[in-house]
Design a protein around this ligand. Structure first.
Ligand SMILES: N[C@@H](CCC(=O)N[C@@H](CS)C(=O)NCC(=O)O)C(=O)O
Length: 229
């Protein structure tokens, strides 16, 4: 049995972030799909990590929670030779962590709020929080777009942990607040991310589940059907 097990769900954005990293780092991980609606599975999961959040990595009996911590842990202990997502040089590493935080806090968080609102009954939806989350995404798009001018990846010259965070954050965010022509750098970056083989693999593995995603009305047809243009 593989010592590394990832507790995950195929639709979860933070799970995609870690699955992309696992593929880039060339690591074998056993995946355990968590059914959030199953009370027994939920209780077992809470006993391992009391926030109940996924992904959760188990290295043998050791729980390793939090996607960014998990990626650093995997890189230090399990990465295939020569594979890296966080550079050794301290300032370059700080920049990767900064942009990882930007995507988690300023794209993932409002995106999750918008998805959560869609899961509520109509009469429990919160127009004010929705407006705030949409504004948050719009202002994040604008400053990330400016930052991306002249860049291929979001931090330094190589695909990094920050790009692992960016891919699923943007993938789901644009289903709520689409990119507009004024976001030319961000739009080109989004396409580069979607073309990256490790991102494409995570999307491909989630494809059968997208029909259950609450924001599916905003998801481009090519993500449901790989042959669509
Ligand atoms: N800060 C956490 C966030 C993880 C997170 O929000 N996961 C979501 C799925 S994408 C989740 O577990 N939602 C279920 C819940 O909150 O109970 C990380 O980076 O791993």
């Amino acid at each position: 049995m593989n010592a590394l097990t990832l507790h995950y769900h195929p639709l979860s954005s933070y799970c995609h972030k870690v699955l992309i990293a696992i593929d880039v780092l060339g690591i074998e991980v056993e995946k355990r799909l968590l059914d959030p609606g199953d009370p027994g599975e939920r209780a077992d999961h809470l006993s391992l990590w009391p926030t109940g959040k996924i992904p959760l990595l188990m290295d043998g009996l050791r729980p390793v929670p939090e996607s960014s911590i998990m990626i650093e842990y995997l890189q230090r202990r399990h990465a295939a030779p020569g594979r890296t997502l966080i550079p050794d040089e301290p300032d370059a590493a700080l920049d990767v962590r900064l942009w990882d935080r930007v995507f988690d806090l300023h794209v993932m968080t409002p995106m999750q709020a918008l998805t959560a609102d869609l899961l509520r009954p109509e009469d429990e939806r919160d127009a004010r929080s929705v407006a705030r989350a949409r504004e948050g995404l719009s202002s994040a798009y604008a400053f990330i777009d400016r930052h991306l001018e002249g860049r291929t990846w979001v931090s330094g010259g190589a695909f990094s942990m920050a790009d692992c965070a960016a891919a699923p954050a943007l993938f789901y965010a644009v289903t709520h607040v689409p990119l507009s022509p004024q976001h030319a750098h961000l739009t080109a970056y989004f396409e580069r991310l979607m073309d990256h083989p490790s991102v494409a693999l995570a999307v491909d593995q989630a494809r059968p589940y997208f029909k259950f995603y609450p924001g599916r009305a905003g998801l481009a047809r090519r993500f449901f059907d790989a042959t669509a243009v």
